[in-house]
Design a binder for this molecule. Structure first.
Ligand SMILES: [Zn+2]
Length: 108
């Protein structure tokens, strides 16, 4: 508890006093001592935390959706590769057959 000077009469009074005991001047409570300030600050901090939690969860959801899309694309690409390789295998077989036919023709 400190002593401050009353802004009205200049006499020393307690800093805790809400009213000067000498002249009756109503003293302002500093902003950091007001319960309204702390209540509002607490509510703002609470809302900010809730908003950041929601944003983080939304980002994680979007990230998961992107990842599953990526894996789907990878699956499609590997399917395409499988189809292409089976096509080239059958093309090689056809070429072998053609080679055989050519050999047969050349023998004659
Ligand atoms: Zn006073």
């Amino acid at each position: 508890m400190a002593l401050i000077k009353c802004p009205e009469c200049g006499k020393e009074i307690s800093s805790e006093a809400k009213r000067c005991p000498h002249c009756g001047k109503r003293l302002k409570t500093p902003w950091y001592k007001s319960w309204i300030f702390w209540t509002v600050t607490g509510v703002i901090i609470f809302i900010a935390i809730m908003i950041s939690i929601v944003i983080i969860q939304m980002n994680e959801g979007a990230e998961l959706a992107r990842q599953s899309e990526f894996y789907q694309e990878m699956d499609e690409i590997s399917e395409d590769a499988k189809r292409a390789s089976s096509r080239s295998e059958s093309a090689i077989e056809e070429l072998d057959e053609m080679q055989d036919q050519l050999d047969y023709l050349l023998k004659d």
